[in-house]
Design a protein around this ligand. Structure first.
Ligand code: SAM
Length: 227
């Protein structure tokens, strides 16, 4: 049984695909998809030994070892040409780390048509990466679970992806258009957080004027979206 967050990631894995789940931890995502017959097979990649062993045990215990291979490797190095991976999922890390992983061994994505990414923070970096590396965003979701909000970004390979504005990169073109309650709640919280930071900065001595200006611009941007 997957969490709401991972179930949303799973929803965007094309039926019959070969999936690499990078930073898989317990391999819940690929194991669940294999058990439901939704993927042909794939790889569960982990860079840390403990989580890698968790993944290997889970795959064995759930009887999907003929479909899913656990690999101890850094990022996309878990993917080998013979795996014929066409879909990559990276979930539960910061957007900067996800972007680093994708950039580091970019050539390993040669056969990959779809990326499903779930950054915990720094979604902006991930959208910027996609737009500049030949992947077109095709869907976005924001889900709430255990008091946290998670964004799920889905992108397909495309030679000339749409170029987004700074506002679209920050808020997400699809999330911005949909403007649902979870999205509003997230940015209400971000508004309060940014206001608190601004107040703190203003009360400090020798405040760098650029910092105040940048925070004010951020506030204005958030306020506009919340209108
Ligand atoms: N993907 C799972 C999920 O969403 O529930 C697990 C998320 S867990 C918070 C992040 C995992 O990513 C950890 O197990 C960590 O060891 C792994 N990780 C971090 N950097 C990695 C890298 N460069 N390559 C592979 N795995 C990595």
């Amino acid at each position: 049984h997957l969490s709401v967050r991972l179930a949303t990631v799973a929803k965007y894995v094309p039926q019959g695909s070969r999936l690499a789940d990078i930073g898989t931890d317990h391999a819940y995502l690929p194991v669940n998809l294999a058990q439901r017959g939704l993927i042909a097979g794939g790889v569960a990649g982990e860079v840390v030994k403990g989580p890698f062993e968790n993944a290997a045990h889970e795959i064995e215990r759930e009887g999907v070892a003929h479909q899913i291979t656990a690999r101890l490797a850094n990022g996309l190095q878990a993917i080998e040409a013979d795996d014929q991976i066409d879909t990559v999922a990276i979930a539960g890390m910061g957007g900067t780390l996800i972007t680093q992983i994708l950039t580091q061994d970019f050539e390993r994505l040669a056969g990959v048509q779809r990326l499903i990414l779930q950054p915990n923070v720094g979604e902006w970096h991930v959208r910027q990466f996609l737009m500049t590396h030949g992947f077109q965003l095709v869907a976005e979701e924001i889900v709430s679970e255990d008091g946290h909000d998670y964004e799920i970004l889905v992108a397909d390979r495309q030679a000339q992806p749409q170029q987004y504005t700074a506002e679209q990169l920050r808020f997400g073109p699809y999330l911005l258009a949909e403007h649902n309650a979870t999205f509003m709640a997230k940015w209400q919280r971000e508004l309060a957080r940014t206001e608190a930071v601004l107040q703190q900065v203003r009360s400090a001595k020798a405040v760098p004027v650029e910092k105040v200006t940048a925070l004010e611009a951020e506030l204005a941007e958030i306020k506009e979206v919340l209108q």
